[in-house]
Design a protein around this ligand. Sequence first.
Ligand code: ZN
Length: 357
Amino acid sequence: MELSVFRKMLSLLCTVILLLGVLAPANPALARANTLLPQDSRAATILSLVTPMRITESGVLEYFDQTLKGFTPTGLIESHRHLIYPYSPVKQVDFFIIHYDAFPNLKADGKPGTVQNTVANLNDIRMASVNYCVDSYPVTHNITEKKGMGVIMATLPANPPFKARHTAISINSEKGLDLNSQNTADLMIRLGISTRLTVFNKDKTKDLDSVSLGVEQSGNDFSKVFPLNMPPDREIANLLSLTAAVATAYDLKIWDILGHNEVQQKPDPGNEYMTILRFLLANLYLQQRELFPEGFLGDEPAAFFAKLKDYATNLIGESGYQKALKWLEAEDFRYSAPLQKRLPICKKYKRCLSELY
Ligand SMILES: [Zn+2]
């Protein structure tokens, strides 16, 4: 090979490598290439079903309506609790608590449960209430008898938000602090995860309902018989849409989003489900940062995924964690940071760039 041809080829190679090095941080397509989930995976399918949502200054939850081409309020179906116990505001929003309504995933007619069912079920003797409800139907504000509505407000919107009765946890002088709340805080601290749960656990004047919002989703036993009774993909996508909006409105980080089972000795929604939810939230954040508050992961992505794995492994074992990833069809997912700097190989060949022009 002639020397001049060799030099030209070397120049070209250098240029390509240099451009890759320079462009990678600024070009989302290239940056994403490092975090992409397999296109045909369940995880990618769930993320593709996410509907952009937001919460207005006055606390109204809105979703992006594809037909109207704009944001519009979701439906509102209030539970009956406020008719007996008048609404009162939360003290602050430190946590978002995830629940399921504990009714079968499928109703007697073989169709999935709806948010209308969930609210009706809240109105039993317990007179519980919750801020939002989620089912597996596309998000709509139209109430029809036979279909769900995707995501609704189940408590009147307000700023600050009204308190719902969904965990009823507080430090009881006889029973002490709930064991799961203590265990979760201890494990998170041990793994270097910063959590407001530690402060909450120490403050004997607060109940969790006063410092959190809650969502009830349709279904039962997601983790108990995992993966045999998981909700439909769209229900998880609807929950992701809502969670991103709540996190943005109240500046919550991913570890402030807690399963009921993490703060109280309850089965809902369970450790496998919370692992899946956090894995998907983190991937959604990496793909669509505009839907989330800044610094949502609380760590660099690689550190976050390492902590997620540690946390899950402590609770459900290595095999449990792998089972969750397998269900998402993301067993081979490895987060690698996008290129941040020019590649050192080209530094000494920089001058060859100018020779091209
Ligand atoms: Zn619950």
